[in-house]
Design a protein around this ligand. Structure first.
Ligand code: HEM
Length: 154
């Protein structure tokens, strides 16, 4: 497998693994298993961080892959990509706030924002997989471009 596909494959898998941890973490707090919730959510956060580090270093050192599919799908792809990136970024910020509330034991706030964080992350993962499939599975990945060009289809 080429490095240009290997890194996105690893980072997309990390989002999926992270979302699986978050889903089980949520299940366990509903069942009142606090210790298990804490451990699973910290693993979820670790995989999310690993995803972000791979994604950011690839963006800085290699660039992002542009869409290689048909011209008529380009606009829909970029709108969807933009939705996914916005959701992922918001979920990241909310995730940090959720963790801070937990570490400071502000449980009411943690619980309230934690639900939003978990839902956003559970949507980020499948939309990320769709972007991956559109970019590398259904169509051959296009050229590698600077981030802004790849996001906005320039
Ligand atoms: C980003 C990571 C995390 C997310 C997304 C998250 C999400 C949530 C959610 C959604 C709930 C409410 C469950 C419900 O009633 O539906 C909750 C409750 C709780 N979380 Fe987390 N959590 C995270 C990390 C942590 C960590 C690291 C700890 C421990 C230090 C923790 C401790 C708790 C506790 C004790 C509750 C129960 C609060 C109560 O019932 O008053 N969470 N969390």
């Amino acid at each position: 497998m080429k490095l240009s596909i290997l890194l996105p494959t690893i980072s997309t898998s990390f989002i999926v693994i992270s979302a699986i941890f978050v889903a089980f973490g949520w299940y366990h707090i509903v069942k009142r298993n606090r210790r298990t919730h804490e451990k699973l959510m910290l693993w979820g956060a670790a995989f999310a961080l690993a995803f972000f580090l791979i994604y950011a270093s690839r963006t800085i050192f290699v660039g992002n892959t542009s869409f290689g599919g048909p011209e008529e799908l380009k606009l829909a792809y970029h709108l969807f990509l933009f939705f996914h990136i916005t959701l992922a970024t918001l979920a990241g910020v909310f995730g940090i706030v959720t963790l801070l509330h937990a570490f400071k034991q502000r449980w009411f706030k943690h619980k309230r924002i934690g639900r939003i964080t978990a839902i956003m992350w559970l949507l980020t993962a499948p939309t990320g997989v769709v972007v991956y499939i559109l970019l590398y599975v259904l169509y051959p990945g296009g050229e590698t471009k600077p981030m802004i060009d790849a996001i906005f289809g320039l």
